[in-house]
Ligand binder design. Structure first.
Ligand code: FES
Length: 142
């Protein structure tokens, strides 16, 4: 998959210009180590990428933005913060549609945001998301 042109990246939080787009569902990061509590979700709308990257019934994790976007069987998009509700680690692994926290192993359903494995008890925080001109835009006021 070639690098996508980033038309209107008006509010990328950090200047992370190059996001590896391959690896849907692959565990690219096997060395957690950064139980970063400084991780944060977008505070303004961010252009995450092409709408076609999230298949019906699938999900995609945008690690650089701490956002997961999923699409239900009807094609509706959902977005959630991937800051773990247990102790605030940035979730860095998506297996199918299951998010797995590197810190204590909590698991969340990326389609509903719900906890599927303790110790977390609270669902992920839902974020506004929309598709605009073929792009996925998530975050407050999206
Ligand atoms: Fe995610 Fe503890 S911070 S399981």
């Amino acid at each position: 998959m070639p690098a996508r042109p980033s038309a209107s990246r008006r509010t990328v939080l950090r200047g992370a210009a190059v996001v590896p787009a391959a690896g849907l569902g692959l565990a690219a990061c096997s060395a957690p180590g950064n139980g970063s509590s400084a991780a944060a979700t977008p505070t303004a709308p961010v252009d995450l990428g092409a709408e076609s990257e999230v298949a019906k019934g699938g999900a995609k994790l945008y690690r650089d933005h701490n956002v997961v976007v999923s699409r239900d069987g009807n094609g509706a998009l959902k977005a959630y913060s991937t800051i773990c509700t247990h102790a605030g680690c940035a979730i860095n692994k998506l297996q199918g549609t299951t998010l797995i926290c590197p810190c204590h192993g909590s698991e969340f359903d990326a389609v509903t945001g719900k906890v599927v494995q303790a110790p977390a008890t609270e669902p992920l925080t839902e974020l506004p998301v929309k598709a605009s001109k073929g792009r996925i835009v998530a975050g407050p006021d999206a």
